[in-house]
Design a protein around this ligand. Structure first.
Ligand code: CA
Length: 222
């Protein structure tokens, strides 16, 4: 999953980035409102962690702009204790949740999980399931009938995207955006390499699913 952090306190922003990466999120970080808005408008994120007081453009203005552009990315506002009016204002403008600084990491992660939870396929916070095949976040592995095989970080992220959208063709462009980001110069054949690793691993555990190629378009989990 891809998260955008917009926070001008560099130390806090960088600490959050590290924590989220360790929890297997893909993270982009913006340190001012202008860059934050630019990133957010791409609409590739599963959640945006948005500070309110920002140089360039306030978090609330970013939020209003996103919602006026019909971008519904979940937004978790970061507020200071003194900004109670902003908090109310933020929820009115379409924020999904807020967290008052200072906060503990565990709470941030829990709120993030709640905001990015997808319908139906989440077994618990650390496991996704499709057709008996389980993707386990704690162990970075896919499991079927007690057999498991470890995935690399990119393999895990691609598998997470596929298993969260089963039976849908995911265009290669979307996979690249989600996992490598817009600026990346990843080539399409890099994805093919990861997909072929994943296919081998799925066959090793006799998984009841297949990654199908939609020629010229992308991939789907069937
Ligand atoms: Ca700030």
């Amino acid at each position: 999953m891809r998260i955008l952090i917009v926070e001008d306190e560099v130390q806090l922003a960088d600490a959050l980035t590290e924590i989220l990466k360790r929890n297997k999120y893909t993270v982009d970080t913006a340190y001012n409102g202008i860059d934050g808005l630019d990133n957010a408008l791409t609409a590739v994120y599963d959640c945006i962690i948005l500070d309110i007081m920002l140089p360039g453009m306030s978090g609330l203005d970013i939020l209003s702009r996103l919602r006026s552009e019909k971008i519904g990315t979940p937004v978790l506002l970061l507020t200071a204790r003194s900004e109670i009016d902003d908090k109310i204002n933020g929820l009115d403008r379409g924020a999904d949740d807020y967290l008052t600084k200072p906060f503990v990491t565990g709470e941030l992660l829990a709120r993030l999980r709640a905001l990015t939870r997808r319908r139906g396929e989440l077994v618990d916070d650390n496991r996704l399931d499709y057709n008996g095949l389980e993707l386990n976040k704690n162990t970075s592995s896919v499991v079927f009938k007690g057999n498991d095989v470890k995935l690399s970080l990119k393999e895990y992220q691609i598998m997470e995207l596929l298993i969260s959208n089963p039976r849908q063709i995911l265009p290669k462009e979307r996979i690249i955006e989600k996992i490598w980001g817009y600026e990346s110069d990843v080539e399409y054949n890099n994805i093919e390499v990861y997909i072929s690793f994943l296919r081998k691993k799925l066959s090793v555990i006799s998984a009841p699913v297949q990654i199908k190629t939609a020629r010229g378009i992308g991939y789907s989990l069937e």
